[in-house]
Design a binder for this molecule. Structure first.
Ligand SMILES: [Zn+2]
Length: 267
């Protein structure tokens, strides 16, 4: 069994060096994970050509997608058609329509290997990691060399715990380098989320009561060009703190009353 990879030429603030596409080869069969973005330009054509050359003389059997973000999924259907293989994912999204929807625990066979879907909501609700024996393809659940943007903080923490308990020996992330110390890196992710949450509570205790003020305090270490994304993350964290019963905040009325800690609670 071999894991090969190629990186799409789509580097950016959110994609690091670009999207990693993986090709799993087992007993003469091949599966592609996260073919990446789709565009009519040569960058996209070159990336698809690189994927096809990694497959080499193996017979392709599947294209798998971790989640439906535009840097991971849009090339999946075109590549599936080109290779005449089915496309798998959690469900449809923008520019993505899987032939088969995978649920947690479902398995796709590739030669003598089995790839198991692990549902890991948090970055997005539709996020899957793929387990292949001792290794895990983590998409944007865990990245090489940076933290990730999350849509749901409570499910994200649960999904980090879940992946940690798998005790994998290596992680293949959707962006950045391969992770050889999964437990250490996942532990650091969990610590990072707890630190951010404690920073939010501390700022609220000091009387900061609006999203702009909280972003300025909590993300003072983040370049201001990223404060739009930081404001999104702040709403995600506030939603979790409100669900935990720690703060007065209604996500549906985000620009309403000032945000306050509820009396008698402490972090
Ligand atoms: Zn993503």
């Amino acid at each position: 069994m071999d894991v090969l990879s190629t990186t799409a030429n789509n580097p950016s603030m959110f994609t690091g060096p670009g999207t990693n596409t993986y090709v799993v080869i087992s007993a003469g069969r091949a599966a592609v994970i996260d073919p990446g973005p789709n565009s009519p330009d040569t960058v996209h054509r070159d990336h698809l050509a690189n994927i096809v050359s990694l497959i080499g003389d193996a017979s392709p059997v599947a294209v798998l997608v971790t989640h439906t973000h535009p840097d991971h999924a849009p090339a999946a259907n075109p590549l599936g058609r080109q290779l005449s293989v089915p496309v798998y994912g959690f469900g449809p999204g923008p520019e993505f329509d899987p032939d088969f929807n995978l649920v947690d625990g479902e398995v796709v066979s590739v030669g003598e290997s089995q790839i198991e879907a692990i549902h890991t909501p948090g970055h997005t609700p539709d996020h899957l990691c793929y387990r292949l024996g001792e290794v895990l393809f983590t998409g944007d659940h865990i990245m090489g060399g940076s933290t990730v943007i999350i849509e749901d903080a409570a499910s994200y923490m649960d999904s980090l715990d879940r992946v940690r308990r798998l005790e994998m020996s290596r992680l293949y992330p959707g962006h950045g380098p391969v992770i050889e110390e999964p437990d250490e890196v996942i532990g650091a992710y969990i610590d990072h989320r707890r630190m951010r949450e404690a920073q939010v509570v501390a700022a609220l205790e000091r009387g900061v009561g609006d999203i702009g003020g909280l972003v300025a305090e909590v993300y003072s270490d983040v370049d201001s060009s990223r404060h739009f994304a930081a404001a999104m993350q702040m709403r995600t964290m506030l939603t979790k703190l409100a669900a935990d019963g720690l703060i007065t905040w209604d996500p549906a009325n985000a620009d309403g009353e000032p945000i306050e800690l509820i009396e008698g609670t402490s972090a």
